[in-house]
Design a binder for this molecule. Structure first.
Ligand code: VGL
Ligand code: ZN
Length: 199
């Protein structure tokens, strides 16, 4: 059994052109992601999965607009347009994504009061999603990440993966970012400094 897994982050309709929180050209990575899926024995998907009225939505905070920030008990939280609401079409995987091979789907952001960018920990950096235990119990030691968005869910997942003891690489050509105030460059540097291999 291979000790490597591919982790495909949030390739959902709301993060693709036409979606509620569209990442520019987000759908253009899908052919490459599908090729990666074909090459790995083990594939994990993540799915951003918020209840309506989630605390990361600007619409939940009176007087706030998307991309402003708010102080949460766990720190500063960027506010987003309503997106990836449980059970909606926007939360579904993009139709072109060949996801059927995936062995597990990790849903995140389902607790009303806390957001979760990382596939490993919620934004308090304390509450685990269970992914680390799942991978370790299955003998996975190395993970490769791709998906959306480079500067949020991919980057936070990669950094947590390294800190959880996984050899970690990110295929940048198979990622696209949101880029708020230079966040792609900043998070690329942070990933490098954390020991993530960028390819
Ligand atoms: C994401 C912002 C809010 C992501 C998810 O997948 O990068 N970004 N929710
Ligand atoms: Zn979200």
């Amino acid at each position: 059994m291979s000790s490597e897994a591919l982790v495909v982050i949030d390739i959902q309709n709301d993060f693709c052109p036409g979606g509620a929180l569209a990442v520019e050209a987000g759908d253009t990575i899908i052919p490459l992601v599908n090729r990666l899926i074909g090459r790995f024995e083990h594939v994990v998907l993540t799915q951003d999965w918020h209840p309506a009225g989630h605390s990361s939505f600007a619409s939940t905070h009176s007087g706030k607009s998307p991309f402003e920030t708010v102080a949460m008990p766990y720190g500063e939280q960027t506010l987003w347009p309503d997106h990836c609401i449980q059970g909606t079409d926007g939360a579904e995987f993009h139709a072109a994504l060949e996801w059927t091979k995936a062995e597990i789907v990790i849903r995140k952001g389902f607790r009303p009061g806390i957001d979760s960018y990382s596939a490993f920990f919620e934004n308090d950096h304390t509450t685990p999603t269970g992914l680390s235990g799942y991978l370790k119990e299955r003998g996975i030691t190395k993970i490769t990440l791709c998906g959306l968005a480079t500067d949020f869910c991919v980057a936070f997942s990669a950094i947590d993966a390294v800190n959880s003891g996984f050899a970690t690489e990110v295929v940048l050509d198979a990622c696209r970012g949101i880029d708020l105030g230079g966040s792609i460059a900043a998070m690329t540097d942070t990933m490098k400094a954390a020991g993530v291999k960028l390819i």
